[in-house]
Design a binder for this molecule. Structure first.
Ligand SMILES: Nc1ncnc2c1ncn2[C@@H]1O[C@H](COP(=O)(O)OP(=O)(O)OP(=O)(O)O)[C@@H](O)[C@H]1O
Ligand SMILES: [Mg+2]
Length: 213
């Protein structure tokens, strides 16, 4: 089973992925957790290029290919082998991020991105995708909170330096994408962490029961 988490920065993807992983592991499931961009030696090197604030001149097509290159390596090296050996794979971002950020956010043709996405992910399609939706002002509220409390996110990376309008387009893009596919579950990310994790768990639990049958 392939489960992906999507949504704008700070919506709660990692928080929820970690809670879900713990629940699955407690039940004895073999779980592999990956984050994008990254997850392999090569993908982490590409991640550094993508997030480096010294690379502000990066063209959006370059960005598209770098994210896709990072993903192609992750799929071949980690995700496909894990799925083939019956493990549950949980991705903190996957190709819907490319549609939302490089497509709706940067303005690259969506249909062209779909072709690249399919190539980079070897045609994989997630079994379920949780889109955690928060309004853009909530991103900034959480950002300042994290900085205040001295959290790890005390600096802005290149992707996060794109501004309010960019985030608005990305958020709207995500909601559009979600409408087009049955695999999406849209979750109101302003709810409490526990409430969200219960909702996610009820859906994953149902899917696991169906798989056993
Ligand atoms: N439901 C929630 N309500 C309020 N705050 C939350 C909620 N979920 C997560 N947070 C807080 O928001 C911040 C971002 O959460 P998290 O790191 O899980 O988001 P993310 O989507 O993984 O972010 P990024 O895209 O930057 O990796 C953290 O400080 C976290 O504690
Ligand atoms: Mg995260």
């Amino acid at each position: 089973m392939l489960i992906t988490f999507e949504g704008v920065d700070l919506c709660g993807k990692t928080t929820q992925a970690e809670i879900l992983i713990k629940r699955l592991k407690d039940l004895g499931y073999d779980v592999v957790f990956v984050r994008e961009p990254g997850g392999t030696k090569i993908s982490e090197m590409i991640r550094d290029i993508l997030l480096d604030l010294r690379n502000l001149e990066m063209d959006s097509i370059t960005e598209l290919f770098l994210f896709s290159a990072s993903r192609a390596q992750l799929v071949k090296e980690i995700i496909l082998p894990a799925l083939n050996s019956g493990k549950i794979v949980i991705c903190d971002r996957f190709y819907d991020s490319t549609l939302a950020y490089q497509g709706y956010g940067r303005g690259i043709d969506i249909e062209k991105i779909k072709v690249i996405n399919e190539l980079a992910s070897s045609g994989l399609v997630p079994d379920v995708t949780f889109l955690i939706d928060i309004p853009v002002d909530e991103i900034y509220r959480r950002k300042s909170k994290v900085i205040e409390t001295g959290g790890v996110k005390n600096s802005t990376d290149r992707m996060e330096s794109s501004g309010v309008e960019f985030y608005e387009r990305v958020r709207r893009g995500y909601l559009e994408i979600a409408k087009m596919s049955e695999r999406f579950v849209v979750i109101d990310g302003t709810m409490g962490i526990d409430e969200i994790s219960e909702k996610i768990w009820s859906i994953v639990f149902e899917k696991l029961k169906l798989q056993v049958r």
